[in-house]
Design a protein around this ligand. Structure first.
Ligand code: IPD
Ligand code: CA
Ligand code: CA
Length: 264
């Protein structure tokens, strides 16, 4: 696959930070399980990965802005471009040695995401997408699944954990969807949930209260794989609301129909 210069920069950065996370995952598996130890270690791993991404991405594109989960915002001279980065999406999985976590890098130009990379160093799955150029898993072109009936579909969701989100609403949503689908899943890394929708592994996914770095890269992957992404309203921007629904156009519309009225 011929890669653009931009994609080269993003992929190289993701792979370098990925090697660091993978080494740290190995350490976690050997760490004594104390309550404080592993959590502190993970937060260091997280920060180390973000430092690497910040260094590599800003070295290659010095003027761009940078929003990273661990370091907050940096304003660049070039006000039109911003990197939106989650150095470790799926922290809880990582902490427990569950190999479902990823580095997520999105590039925003004037409010629109124009490129995305999601990389899971545990299984070396690299998802890439650039506007107008398609979405890929390693070298393989991606297309969202074609199912149109919800009762054939496997759908993923996010669940708010202790102290976060609206648990009551989350239960209402799950019950409503559970009754209509072939399978409901909760994998624990929003970026990979979206990558799985782009790859046609999942038919759809929804979650509330996401942050821009959870979903920037995933959005362009799904769109370039022919899918639809919106907020819970069906035509709103998830980067603005934090709530997200995605799937092929039929599954997306069905999910909107069920979920939209529940939050009112
Ligand atoms: C979290 C994961 C999780 C989602 C949460 C996110 P983090 O990101 O993507 O799947 O349910 O909403 O905050 O904290 O592991 O980077
Ligand atoms: Ca995240
Ligand atoms: Ca994170």
């Amino acid at each position: 696959m011929l890669q653009s210069a931009l994609m080269n920069v993003m992929v190289k950065a993701a792979r370098r930070a990925g090697r660091s996370l993978k080494r740290d995952l190995g350490e976690i598996e050997n760490l004594q399980v104390s309550l404080k130890g592993p959590a502190n270690f993970v937060s260091l791993a997280d920060k180390r990965a973000e430092e690497m991404l910040l260094t590599d991405l800003l070295k290659a594109r010095p003027g761009y802005g940078f929003i990273g989960e661990e370091g907050g915002a940096r304003i660049g001279d070039d006000k039109t471009h911003t990197w939106i980065v989650d150095p470790l999406d799926g922290t809880t999985n990582f902490l427990h040695g569950i190999p479902q976590f990823a580095i997520s890098i999105g590039l925003q130009r004037e409010g629109t995401i124009i490129a995305g990379v999601i990389y899971n160093p545990a299984n070396d799955e690299l998802y890439t997408a650039e506007r107008g150029k398609g979405a890929f898993l390693n070298d393989q072109r991606l297309r969202v699944a074609g199912r149109r009936q919800l009762n054939d579909c496997v759908i993923a969701c996010g669940l708010p954990h202790i102290g976060r989100g609206d648990h009551e609403l989350s239960r209402l949503e799950m019950t409503a969807i559970q009754n209509k689908v072939a399978g409901l899943r909760r994998f624990g890394a929003a970026s990979l949930d979206m990558a799985f929708v782009a790859a046609g592994r999942l038919d759809g996914y929804w979650e509330r209260n996401l942050q821009p770095w959870d979903m920037a890269a995933g959005q362009i992957l799904i769109r370039e794989a022919g899918g639809t992404v919106s907020g819970i309203e069906g035509d709103d921007d998830p980067l603005k609301t934090g709530d997200l629904i995605c799937g092929n156009e039929f599954v997306h519309a069905e999910l909107v129909k069920i979920l939209r009225p529940l939050g009112k």
